[in-house]
Design a protein around this ligand. Sequence first.
Ligand code: DX5
Ligand code: ZN
Length: 220
Amino acid sequence: MSDLIISASILSADFANLGEQIRTAESAGVDWIHVDVMDGSFVPNITMGPFIVSTIRRITRLPVDVHLMIDNPEKHLQAFAEAGATNLTVHIENTPNIYRTLQSIHSLGCRASIALNPGTPANRIESIAPILDMVLVMTVNPGFSGQVYIPGMVLKIDQVRSLLVEQKSAARIEVDGGITELTLPEVSAVGANTVVAATSIFKYPGGIAAGVQALRKSIA
Ligand code: DX5
Ligand code: ZN
């Protein structure tokens, strides 16, 4: 499917060689660079902030897909936008004024996306669908790369797709967690058109380029 966007999550990259790893992924044909921001509160892990986004912005022209797994994300939107984020994804579980938050993301000039944890039902997107550019369906519990994909999420991806069709929304459906050449075909079949991959790109046994190729080939 030519419509597939691959968003390479640098969480599994070798940070001692980040520039080179991103350039290799770009040459291998990834479409976006995915940055997992974690605060040790909303999720158990602590990772990166706006500084990394601005560093990436200097390395590549690819869109930067920022996934905010932090409490009070609205306090940090401007910093990430100024650092060069293209997409800003916030979680629905900890964002009570979600409509306002999505509007703020747009007013900062970024694309606005909402993420759903594995335990969050698809219908939570119903009243915000018209202003969404993307829905991110988590296919693992957020916090770490290298986890095993939860197969039951296929049903939710399908429900999200139906809700978006009903509302005539063109929002993309992104999946994140445990996506490999083995799991990509089943999420793609139910409507996921944007995939995040960390391990299956940056830790692919045959190298980054082979990992990207294997993902694309799996649904060719
Ligand atoms: C998990 C992150 C993911 C993670 C994916 O909380 O949101 O983006 O990096 O890693 P893999 O592809 O290894 O499951
Ligand atoms: Zn992510």
